[in-house]
Design a binder for this molecule. Structure first.
Ligand code: MEV
Length: 444
């Protein structure tokens, strides 16, 4: 136990860190260290870039980088890059994209792109007086932060509004400056946080310098200054729609009207039941996270915001909605998405850079549209499977391949196994037994 405690780990070289971890925590120190080392980039420069993203690195963690082609979004066809470890997700997105390609594709609308930051502070004073001072305070804060905002303003962004929020009814002496930002093509986290910290100091300077505020009212204690990842006004809507009769063939055993009705009911269930809503939205995020990751955006922020938004009326609900009216099937998704296509890791990460190139170097608004369309496609594919064949059929095929790879089956054995398990339940034991019996499919 004492052996596992270390000081100065961060000062070790990477090789020393790897060896230290392997010696203490891995079953076969030498070969396990070698296995982790094998994921180091062969190009030292590239490896240095990756190591620069984080701390205490001992290896890289590879994930598959796939493409879902044929995404017709607002009249343009995209091949969408997706990074995800779950089988069937890219296949499902590709299949839904192809399905909608011949039915008008995805239409999107960016409803707004406002981001929010907060200066949380404690203050004892006359709030009515502070409100009277608000125009002068705002002007002072903006002037003091001009060195931070000038570049963003040149690009059309900057601070869009400053509000004083009185929350003393919920927490003694607690106020916020709630600040609205436009950050153009960047996600803007650093920009927002720098401006907020400057605003915090500016508020303190203002109160101290103004003769109207004396004693304790001349002092504000800044609790924290930080962006909010909840961006309910940075929202995109993605929609697909078609005549119900053009859904013919979506499932051989179901008439298009029956499919549309069952699909819409499944979506309504996800709006009313949080248990189902969580899984339904998880399916949406299968698509969203994969593109967010591929483009080196912050998937934790996107997830946190999406789920908060899904519960905005007090109950956690499906992010997507569906109607079947007057012979028309309409399926859409409203999603808050604070993403960037410049800054952060977007151009630094060697694969993310290529992902953005594959997408034609989109603006942040265009990327919002692409991500939302992918989320909607994913949701369409999942619910389509659920209300028709069930999802296990497709999943098990991919799962079988993973097991066969794990068990190092030859390509001949893989082909036999696919044929053999076509009408049988796939389990690890069944696949292993099949291979141990010689891996031959005998046509029944
Ligand atoms: C699996 O990763 C995602 C689904 O469970 C989503 C859903 O149920 O809608 C298939």
């Amino acid at each position: 136990m004492q052996d596992n405690i270390i000081t100065g780990f961060s000062r070790f070289t990477k090789e020393e860190k790897l060896n230290w971890v392997a010696a203490r925590f891995l079953p076969d120190a030498q070969s396990d260290a070698e296995a982790l080392r094998s994921f180091w980039h062969t190009d030292e420069g590239q490896q240095r870039i990756l190591d620069g993203f984080s701390e205490n690195t001992i290896s890289n963690y590879p994930l598959p980088f796939g493409i879902a082609p044929n995404f017709l979004i607002d009249g343009r066809v995209y091949a969408v890059p997706m990074v995800i470890e779950e089988s069937s997700v890219v296949a499902a997105a590709s299949s839904a994209a192809k399905f909608w390609l011949s039915r008008g594709g995805f239409r999107t609308e960016v409803l707004d792109t406002e981001k929010i930051g907060q200066v949380h502070f404690s203050w004892q004073g006359d709030v009515a007086l502070l409100r009277q001072h608000l125009p002068a305070l705002k002007a002072q804060l903006l002037a003091d932060a001009a060195h931070l905002t000038a570049n963003m303003e040149k690009r059309g962004g900057g601070v869009k509004g400053i509000e004083l929020i009185d929350l003393t009814g919920q927490e003694p002496d607690y106020y916020q400056l709630r600040v609205a930002f436009e950050t153009c093509d960047s996600m803007g986290a650093n920009f927002i946080n720098s401006v907020l910290e400057e605003f915090g100091q500016g508020l303190q300077r203002y109160l101290k310098a103004s003769p109207d505020f004396q004693g304790s009212s001349a002092r504000a204690e800044i609790i924290m200054a930080i962006l909010s990842n909840y961006t309910p006004d940075c929202v995109v809507r993605a929609t697909v729609s078609c005549e119900v009769e053009t859904l013919k063939g979506v499932c051989p055993d179901m008439a298009p009207e029956e499919f549309a009705g069952k699909f819409a009911k499944a979506v309504r269930i996800a709006r009313l039941d949080p248990y189902r809503a969580t899984t339904h939205n998880k399916g949406i995020f299968n698509g969203i996270d994969a593109v967010v990751l591929a483009t080196a955006n912050d998937f934790r922020a996107i997830e946190a915001c999406g789920h908060a938004y899904a519960a905005r009326d007090g109950q956690y609900r499906s992010l997507s909605q569906c109607t079947v009216e007057d012979g028309a099937f309409t399926f859409w998704l409203d999603l808050p998405l604070a993403v960037g296509t410049v800054g952060g890791l977007t151009r630094l990460h060697p694969v993310a850079r290529r992902a953005l190139d594959i997408l034609g170097q989109p603006s942040a608004r265009e990327l919002m549209s692409i991500i939302a369309a992918t989320g909607l496609a994913q949701n369409f594919a999942a619910v389509r499977s659920l209300v028709t064949t069930g999802i296990q059929k497709g999943h098990m095929k991919m799962h079988l391949m993973n097991m066969l790879n794990h068990l190092q089956a030859t390509s001949e054995e893989q082909q036999s196994a696919i044929a053999h398990f076509e009408d049988k339940v796939v389990s690890f034991t069944a696949v292993r037994d099949f291979l141990e019996r010689g891996g031959k499919h005998l046509a029944s």
